[in-house]
Design a protein. Structure first.
Length: 221
């Protein structure tokens, strides 16, 4: 239009006099900004594990308290003869505590092949322990001792089943560490060393808990 001012489009670039323009954040397939994965510190996992172990410990202490109180009530408490296979399963679990610690130390020193061997051995010992506990139940059933036979047998089945269930969780953790690989990768929330550390601490706890329960069942029956 005649007489109208003409405004030229000017491409304003960065002339070096100010801070450079911020780079655009990478975008995902959905057009949203892609957030980089951040590795969670090992202390966070260990803190969560400590809380979980505290909860498990309180649960078993409640069962132990009920065991002691119920034993002192009435005359219907009949001690049961513990299957001898429990001595073997206890030894297996004690050995597994050594093998998992050996594996963890080998991983921290970079000996991956040695780590795999000892870690797989620990996992196998865990399954052997559960199989031995099942055999103990079978022996009791063959002797006519069932869950409802008397209060003593009820607590035996309850305590061993509760521990076996929690130990199975530890076995699954061992399998998870074995299958996920041991090479640190950027972007993972938990690194192999941290996963192995958490799993081994849980395993040691289950080992110590079983020794306590076994002694309670043996001397407190």
């Amino acid at each position: 239009m005649p007489g109208a001012p003409v405004i030229d489009e000017i491409d304003i670039g960065h002339d070096g006099s100010g801070p450079p323009p911020a780079a655009a954040a990478p975008r995902g397939d959905d057009g949203g900004a892609r957030q980089p994965h951040r590795e969670i510190p090992q202390s966070i996992y260990l803190t969560a594990l400590t809380l979980a172990l505290g909860t498990i410990l309180m649960f078993f202490m409640a069962l132990v308290s009920a065991f002691i109180v119920r034993k002192g009530l009435g005359g219907d408490w009949r001690p049961i003869e513990l299957p001898r296979v429990l001595w073997l399963t206890t030894a297996i679990l004690l050995i597994s505590s050594f093998t998992v610690e050996r594996a963890r130390r080998l991983l921290s020193s970079g000996e991956t092949e040695g780590f795999k061997k000892w870690w797989y051995l620990t996992t196998g010992l865990g399954f052997a322990f559960l199989f031995g506990q099942f055999q103990a139940w079978q022996e009791l059933r063959a002797a006519g001792v069932y869950l409802a036979t008397n209060p003593s047998s009820s607590f035996f089945y309850l305590l061993t089943a509760a521990h076996g269930f929690h130990l199975l969780g530890g076995i699954l953790a061992l399998v998870y560490v074995a299958l996920r690989g041991i090479v640190p990768r950027p972007g993972r929330h938990i690194q192999p060393g941290t996963a192995a550390e958490v799993a081994s601490v849980y395993w040691h706890f289950m080992d110590g808990l079983w020794v306590f329960l076994f002694l309670l069942l043996h001397f407190g029956r």
